[in-house]
Design a binder for this molecule. Structure first.
Ligand SMILES: Cc1cc2nc3c(=O)[nH]c(=O)nc-3n(C[C@H](O)[C@H](O)[C@H](O)COP(=O)(O)OP(=O)(O)OC[C@H]3O[C@@H](n4cnc5c(N)ncnc54)[C@H](O)[C@@H]3O)c2cc1C
Length: 423
């Protein structure tokens, strides 16, 4: 292959070292293999800096299932100290009677989930990658071109990446696109996507409330959109406020005191008077889905494959389940000395992920449509819905199982990592 050299050949190239790409590299590194996989991670931004777009000021509500995945990968001990447990979830509808509560005690688990700062997760994943002799980080580096050689007897994918102003050619058996919802890999391969713009933005910030949060996550549906307060370390709360883009811009521009007054009025006084507030950031919200997750020797994971509304905190959890299944299939192939980029294996990945991904699309999309609407009959219906969920234990359990990421769906199966087993 033109420009390639023996030294630049890897088993696997990951384009994008954000939360999903870095998690895949760390998962594969955790596998006990006679001959460890040689992995190249190509990332556009310096990973240990403030400007890294995937390891930013947001928080992740990590489901209990995702904690199991990180645990099986050996990464959880590095994250545990910075994680705040969610012991219960309180879901309510502002101005209406319906309320439901989910609790870890009722579900018989240590916690329903955990809240972590993206930046902290990123730092720990970066540390694991950086310390591994089998992972080579090309960073900052950018993908320039990609070719698949279908005539090569063993099959190859080759990329040109720009590192420090010069082009390097890397080759591998498998390439994973983890380069987010504006994926360059998808553009180069002409992979399409469907997109539904919610015409909503998420305004995020961190606050310190007057009362102890007692590890309760609040999801409050208001007439302007859902407002979540998630428990963080040092008695802080992560606020995710869904609004129309105009309202978000307006609130973003307010000075601190006026913004606090608006937030307090929307959320109420369950946590007392909000005392301190951090930086505000705005994210546009949409549902985006790639038309295919596999193309030749290329597989898509994370936001490149699917982006969902953050209303139920499912996006990264979904990405981690991509990581768990794909790493399991890659390791199985390696142990059989089989091709880790074989189309049959990648099609298995695509088929097995389909049920879970579609279920999460339906779940989040239905929540957005139902709870972003102030039309009176719908508002009463959802109050009734919350009330019914609260009094029907089976329904409530199903909602908790979905939120905890423990449901493999009809025909789906939980990955080894998700079941607490090593790769
Ligand atoms: C407001 C908000 C709140 C959220 N809350 C939650 C939550 O509570 N729970 C949850 O599970 N999920 C949540 N999510 C979703 C979560 O943030 C995403 O699922 C997650 O960031 C996806 O990670 P990713 O690595 O796939 O993509 P990204 O985070 O977009 O990372 C892509 C990476 O690829 C790199 N890259 C891009 N192009 C190139 C290129 N050409 N060459 C090299 N590198 C490239 C980028 O620099 C970046 O590092 C939330 C999202 C939003 C917007």
């Amino acid at each position: 292959m033109p420009g390639s050299s023996v030294n630049n050949h890897y088993d696997l190239i990951i384009i994008g070292g954000g939360l999903a790409g870095a998690s895949l590299a760390c998962a594969l590194k955790s596998a006990a293999l006679e001959e460890p996989l040689k992995i190249a991670v190509v990332e556009a931004y310096e990973l240990n800096t403030e400007s890294q777009p995937s390891y930013d000021d947001r928080t992740i509500a990590l489901s209990y299932g995702s904690r199991c995945i990180f645990d099986s990968m050996g990464v959880w001990p590095l994250l545990a100290e910075q994680a705040e447990a969610i012991d219960s979830i309180h879901i309510s509808d502002r101005g209406h009677f319906g309320v439901t509560r989910l609790s870890s005690e009722q579900e018989g688990v240590e916690a329903l989930g955990y809240v972590l700062e993206n930046r902290n997760i990123g730092q720990q994943l970066y540390r694991v990658m950086h310390e591994s002799a089998d992972i080579t980080l090309f960073c900052p580096a950018e993908l320039k071109s990609l070719q698949q050689d279908f005539t090569h007897p063993e099959g190859r994918v080759s990329v040109d990446v720009m590192v420090d102003g010069s082009t390097q050619t890397l080759t591998a058996e498998l390439l994973v696109a983890a380069d987010g919802n504006n994926s360059q890999v998808m553009k180069v391969l002409n992979i399409g996507s469907s997109r539904k713009d919610y015409e909503q933005s998420a305004l995020i910030t961190n606050v310190t409330p007057g009362k102890k949060h007692e590890n309760v996550a609040y999801e409050r549906f208001t007439d302007s959109g859902p407002l979540a307060f998630l428990p963080m370390t040092q008695n802080r709360c992560s606020v995710v406020w869904t609004l129309s883009p105009e309202q978000a811009d307006y609130l973003y521009a307010l000075d601190e005191a006026d913004f606090l007054a608006q937030l307090q009025q929307r959320f109420g006084y369950r946590l007392g008077r909000i005392k301190k507030i951090g930086m505000r950031h705005i994210y546009p919200l949409f549902l985006q889905s790639a038309t295919q997750m596999v193309h030749g020797r290329v597989a898509l994971i994370g936001n490149a494959a699917h982006s969902v509304h953050p209303v139920a905190g499912q996006g990264f959890n979904l990405a981690l389940r991509d990581v768990a299944l794909l790493s399991e299939l890659i390791v199985e192939q390696r142990r059989k000395a089989a091709d880790i980029g074989s189309l049959a294996m990648l099609q298995q990945y695509e088929t097995q992920r389909d049920v879970d991904i579609k279920r999460v699309y339906r779940f989040t999309d239905a929540l957005v449509r139902t709870f972003s609407n102030s039309i009176p009959p719908l508002a009463h219906m959802r109050s009734l819905g919350l009330f019914m969920v609260d009094i029907l234990p089976d329904l409530k359990h199903q909602l908790a199982v979905q939120s905890m990421g423990l449901n493999a769906g009809k025909g789906g199966k939980l990955s080894r990592l998700g079941r607490g087993l090593p790769l």
